[in-house]
Design a binder for this molecule. Structure first.
Ligand SMILES: [Zn+2]
Ligand SMILES: [Zn+2]
Length: 263
């Protein structure tokens, strides 16, 4: 298993850190987790074929996690993707997909279908699924389990545990420090967790996880390594590491766009 951090930023737009997206290369299949702005661009920069993506898992539907969704689906369709794309996420994933592809982009899709290019699939070949807490999805030699996390007022947000090649990786998505991530990450080899410094008078402080608490979560889960993502532009690497290490004795890695991880 190989993981490429495509985007490690937040909505505060930055060329250094694009929005959240991670690619898991699992044999012949590529699984995307989140598809924020820049996901497709970064895949190409990382030397990955966008048409190789077989599954997308959304953690939640803030735009910094799904802004490239429509573009990704439509562009890979025109790039002659030959399989149906399986899309999973919290409740709202099916409704979002209908609104985009049966609503906003329906006219474009019909216009392109009218050109009748024999090398592209006749429709956009997409199967969206809403996942409930505890749901399991299996691919070729890998499985993903979903757990509800705490990102209110977002009505539903998920973390994922992906297991392949005898290794387990957990991605927190966006959440305040929560027990569900600790439970999901027990026995995992790697925890990829959001880390967000409180901002003065911002309500976002209530639904994100300060670096110090990432250390507490990682220690409680007993993972050996934690990778920080969803980072503010002004976060300094040494400070992030020091704050996580207050409570966590394992390895701390500050995620960077296009960083490759081998758990
Ligand atoms: Zn976010
Ligand atoms: Zn969010």
């Amino acid at each position: 298993m190989r993981i490429v951090l495509l985007g490690t930023g937040i909505p505060q737009f930055s060329l250094k850190r694009l929005e959240t997206s991670l690619a898991f290369v699992l044999g012949d299949e590529v699984v995307l987790m989140d598809c924020g702005y820049g996901a497709m661009l970064q895949m190409v920069r990382a030397g990955l074929q966008p048409t190789a993506v077989t599954h997308i898992f959304f953690t939640h539907h803030h735009y910094d996690h799904n802004a490239d969704y429509a573009h990704f689906v439509l562009a890979t369709w025109r790039m002659r993707r030959q399989h149906r794309l399986q899309v999973y996420g919290p409740s709202g994933t099916e409704a979002l997909s209908r609104a985009l592809f049966e609503g906003a982009y329906a006219m474009d899709i019909r216009a392109r279908q009218a050109l009748d290019n024999p090398l592209t699939l006749p429709d956009i070949a997409l199967d969206p699924h809403d996942l409930a807490e505890g749901a399991v999805v299996e691919g070729q030699g890998w499985r993903v389990r979903a757990a509800d996390v705490e990102h209110q007022p977002v009505p539903h947000a998920l973390a994922y545990r992906l297991e392949a090649d005898g290794r387990a990786v957990v991605f927190s998505g966006d959440t305040r420090p929560c027990e569900a991530v600790i439970r999901l990450a027990r026995g995992a080899d790697l925890l990829i967790h959001e880390a967000f410094y409180p901002v003065e008078r911002s309500k976002a402080n209530d639904y994100h996880c300060p670096p110090e608490d990432v250390g507490r979560v990682a220690a409680a889960a007993g993972v050996p390594r934690v990778v920080l993502t969803h980072l503010q532009r002004e976060s300094r690497e040494e400070q992030l590491i020091a704050d996580v290490r207050r409570h966590f004795a394992g390895e701390v890695i500050v995620g960077q766009d296009l960083m490759v991880l081998e758990p």
